[in-house]
Write a protein that binds this ligand. Structure first.
Ligand SMILES: [Zn+2]
Ligand SMILES: [Zn+2]
Length: 159
C-alpha cells in the first residue's frame, strides 16, 4: 500500500472543487449527496465501499437514505469525477474518492480472500497517456487491476 499522498487534495479543497463541479452541471450539493460524500471523506485511505456497504454505514449513522438513492448518488458522483467506480468482482462495484486524478492509483486484488492493495505507477500512467494521445482521446482515468493470491491465502494452500 502506498502512503505517498503529497499531491492529494485535502477534504476542504475537495469539497470546494466538488461543489463547483456539481454547480457547473446545474446540480446542487444536497444534504443527501453531502452525507454520502462525508462517508467517503471519513473512509481510511485505501478503503472502498460498495453501494450496499455505503447504505449500511448510512443506516448505522441513522441516516435515512434508501439503497436506490445511494446507487443513484454514487453514479452521479462518479459522473462528475468525485468518485471512482471500481470493478473488483463480478457481483458488485466498489467506490472511492477520486483524490488524486493526476496520479490515479491501481489495485491488487487477492482472488482468495478479496483483500485489496493500492499502488501507483508512473510507467502505467505514461503508457496510458501515450496510447490515448495516439487515438486522440482525452484521458479521464486509468485503472489497472492485478489479481493474485496474497501471502495468507498462499499459506492456506495445501502443497
Ligand atoms: Zn483504491
Ligand atoms: Zn488472500
Amino acid at each position: 500500500m502506498t502512503t505517498e499522498q503529497t499531491h492529494a487534495q485535502s477534504n476542504a479543497e475537495m469539497r470546494d472543487k466538488l461543489t463547483q463541479q456539481l454547480r457547473d452541471r446545474g446540480l446542487r450539493l444536497t444534504p443527501q449527496r453531502e452525507k454520502i460524500l462525508e462517508v467517503f471523506f471519513n473512509l481510511p485511505e485505501g478503503d472502498h465501499l460498495s453501494a450496499e456497504e455505503l447504505h449500511q454505514r448510512l443506516k448505522s449513522h441513522h441516516l435515512d437514505i434508501s439503497l436506490a438513492t445511494s446507487y443513484r448518488t454514487l453514479k452521479l458522483l462518479v459522473s462528475v469525477g468525485a468518485l471512482r467506480e471500481l470493478d473488483f468482482s463480478e457481483d458488485h462495484k466498489h467506490y472511492e474518492l477520486s483524490r488524486n486524478p493526476e496520479a490515479p492509483h491501481h489495485h491488487i486484488i487477492c482472488s482468495g480472500c478479496g483483500k485489496t492493495e493500492e499502488f501507483e505507477s508512473p510507467e502505467v500512467l505514461q503508457l496510458a497517456v501515450n496510447l490515448l494521445r495516439e487515438k486522440r482521446y482525452k484521458l479521464t482515468d486509468v485503472q489497472l487491476k492485478l489479481y493474485g493470491l496474497c501471502q495468507d491465502c498462499c499459506d492456506d494452500e495445501p502443497d
